[in-house]
Ligand binder design. Structure first.
Ligand SMILES: [Fe+2]
Length: 250
């Protein structure tokens, strides 16, 4: 093999580093300390926000888990957490906006809240972040979407590429997006963080441009270091070329 063939085969999949400020807003993370499996302290939260700022982000909408079995957070708990973090941030000269919404787990409690028309934590233009179980496909996804759309919510499926029980995800993403459901992809999926299969699925979604939001789903600073150190990955570049809705949230 000649020099050029060698060079390109070694560097396949790499491009010029992506300027992460193009994403502007992160809309999925776990930065409120000690209420879910994310940040464990206010210092950890501040360090993550400093990292977001240094990567060029202008706003972070953090989304604590609301999951009745493991993290039974309420709107009040989350908003109090936001106030505590903002109080700490006001002591620093941090040029980043922090807001909250939630990552709702699809369980009985969520369906009940929707049916009872409880006010849910949304972001931007009434977007509602929903996650599904990883190991078994819930039976009533269509019913969930129907109820949410009926009530004027815009459902956003958290890390859609990670639910391996969905086959032919490109077609499914197309079908759902036509109905008014939005697709969120995790950066970490592109970097093999969840394994090869999830990475391949993420690449298919990117190649077919079936992505509405890209997010860190950051639980600790390692997730952000992973993003920063993979800025030259070809699929991060391809993702940055898609007309994502992240920047509408500014
Ligand atoms: Fe999450």
């Amino acid at each position: 093999m000649g020099f050029f063939n060698n060079f390109f085969s070694k560097n396949r999949g790499y491009v010029m580093p992506v300027d992460l400020s193009v994403f502007k807003v992160d809309m999925h993370s776990h930065l409120i300390p000690n209420i879910d499996d994310g940040s464990k302290s206010i210092d950890e939260t501040v360090n993550m926000l400093l990292k977001f700022e240094s990567m060029g982000y202008r706003k972070v909408i953090t989304t604590p888990h609301i999951m009745s079995d493991h993290y039974p957070n309420t709107k009040e708990v989350i908003i109090k957490g936001l106030k505590d973090v903002r109080r700490e941030l006001s002591k620093l000269n941090l040029d980043i906006i922090l807001e909250v919404a939630a990552e709702y787990y699809f369980d009985y409690e969520l369906m009940n809240n929707i049916i009872n028309k409880e006010e849910l934590l949304v972001f931007g233009d009434n977007y509602l972040l929903v996650e599904f179980p990883f190991h078994s496909k819930p039976n009533e996804i269509e019913k969930l979407f129907f109820q949410l759309l009926l009530q004027g919510y815009k459902p956003v499926v958290a890390h859609f590429e990670r639910y391996l029980y969905f086959n032919d995800i490109v077609s499914l993403a197309r079908e759902w997006r036509e109905k008014g459901i939005f697709i969120q992809l995790n950066f970490s999926s592109v970097f093999n963080f969840y394994g090869r299969e999830v990475r391949c699925r993420a690449e298919k979604l990117i190649d077919s441009k079936q992505v509405d939001f890209a997010a860190t789903d950051c639980h600790n600073i390692e997730n952000l270091i992973l993003l920063e150190s993979n800025r030259s990955k070809e699929y991060l570049y391809k993702l940055s070329c898609i007309d994502l809705r992240n920047s509408d949230l500014i």
